[in-house]
Design a protein around this ligand. Structure first.
Ligand code: UD1
Length: 417
């Protein structure tokens, strides 16, 4: 099993073009099957979740070509609508293919994605949204069989939680509907706006993404679409927290500062100096952070759950206390025990964690069990005294393009062994 060996305490310095967004590109790749022709997608990061999605597209009958960060998908001839268990289990995000397969072919079959490292991950809202549009969905022996009464009918869908995945699934299915679909209670994440931008290029009339009410008039009319994926705000948050913990000065480009407004405000409160311009964020840190007001994760534009672990890791090596309240997922503190091995003082009780800054952490052997939790261990190791070995790299490959090399280019001492 490979691991990173990190010698902490070296400041990070330099400029970095942030990778394309994982959470944007996955639904956009699923949307490529709506078009009976070619989608050209730029800024597509090299991630195992993307490789998995490209495998799904090939399996469905698409021709897929990758050249660097540009991917070309020709979905003229789809040959099947079922996705094998292996690929669904590998990547929960594949559930968005339900919406796009229903829109294009009127049928979809995949296994129930089940829970994950973050706790139970129900998809009831996805299914009720698709049912509202006329899909008949049978759940048998862990398999989901979806058939649409063709064509699906546009309707009003009301989401009781602004679920990102359910909003995406409903948007995708609505593209194949006759008439107008209105999604209320929609998620407002920037990745939803990026999906809307892609869908508009297919000829679908869609408005409202970024607000809680999205209107979609189905009907794909284009057979060639070209799109550039937005920058990854979670990768951005990770590099900013790494520089905050280790000290130094980094400049991120290719990312909208507004998408990280909450994270930037908290890092400033913790003692970092931040300047922002369009598409660019600069952070200076002395490496000595202090506690901040309670951090409560919330749907966008609130503090993102995906940035909770990396921020906690940065603050654990500072001074003063911070309370975290994780409101999105039930089980998102797996990194805490590992951070304690590095000297962190963190108490948890259910959804609440209180970090009492312990001054510089020390190096240790630690293991990541989920994507952002593993990233948090790398952040902590970069700020710690001495050598750490961080294992669980497969999780990092799901979400960070060339993570080790990128950190090395900023001056981190990090080796893959
Ligand atoms: C997406 C992101 C993930 C991020 C999360 C929250 C992708 C690939 N993943 O995940 O990185 O952490 O948003 O910002 O984009 N829920 C239900 N029923 C449902 C669907 C969701 O109860 O049918 C609940 C979930 O259990 C969770 C909350 O709603 O408590 C939010 O989940 P959701 O927004 O759907 O997250 P994902 O789309 O899975």
């Amino acid at each position: 099993m490979s691991f990173y060996e990190i010698t902490g305490g070296r400041p990070l310095e330099g400029r970095l073009a942030v990778q394309g967004s994982k959470n944007s590109v996955l639904p956009i790749l699923a949307a490529a099957i709506l078009i009976p022709g070619e989608s050209v997608i730029h800024n597509c990061p090299h991630l195992s979740d993307v490789d998995n999605t490209l495998d799904i597209l090939r399996l469905l009958g698409c021709q897929v070509l990758r050249d660097g960060t540009t991917v070309r998908i020709n979905a003229s001839h789809l040959t099947r609508w079922d996705i094998p268990d292996r690929l669904v289990r590998e990547m929960r995000g594949s559930v968005v293919f339900l919406g796009s397969l229903l829109a294009r072919l009127g049928a979809a079959q995949l296994c129930y994605p089940g829970g994950c490292e973050l706790g139970p991950r129900p998809i009831d809202l996805h299914l009720s949204a698709l049912r509202a549009l006329g899909a008949e969905i049978a759940e048998e022996h862990g398999l989901l069989h979806c058939m649409g009464c063709r064509p699906l009918q546009g309707r009003e869908i009301c989401l009781s939680i602004p679920s990102v995945g359910a909003t995406e699934n409903a948007m995708l299915a609505a593209c194949g509907c006759q008439g107008k679909t209105v999604i209320t209670g929609a998620a407002r994440e920037p990745e939803i706006v990026d999906l809307q931008d892609f869908l508009r290029k297919t000829g679908v009339h869609i408005t409202g993404a970024g607000t809680s009410r999205i209107c979609i008039q189905g009907g794909v009319s284009q057979d060639r679409v070209e799109h550039t994926v937005i920058g990854d705000r979670m990768a951005g948050a990770t590099y900013l927290c790494a520089a905050a913990a280790a000290g130094g000065s980094i400049e991120l480009t290719g990312l909208e500062p507004e998408h990280l407004a909450c994270v930037l405000a908290v890092l400033e409160e913790a003692g970092c100096r931040i300047t922002q311009e369009k598409g660019q964020i600069t952070l200076h840190s002395s490496g000595q952070l202090h506690g901040v007001r309670p951090v409560r994760t919330a749907p966008y534009p609130g503090f993102p759950t995906d940035a909770q672990a990396v921020l906690m890791a940065a603050l654990a090596g500072g001074e003063g206390s911070t309370m975290f309240v994780e409101n999105i997922f039930d089980s998102r503190y797996h990194h805490v025990d590992e951070l304690r091995r590095m000297g962190a003082r963190i108490q948890t009780d259910g959804r609440v964690a209180v970090v009492t800054g312990a001054g510089r952490l020390h190096g240790a052997d630690v293991h990541g069990t989920d994507l952002r939790g593993a990233a948090a261990l790398v952040v902590a190791a970069l700020g710690a005294k001495g050598v750490s070995r961080v294992s669980g790299l497969a999780h990092l490959e799901r979400g960070y393009d060339s993570f080790g090399d990128t950190l090395s280019s900023l001056g981190a001492r990090i080796q893959t062994l």
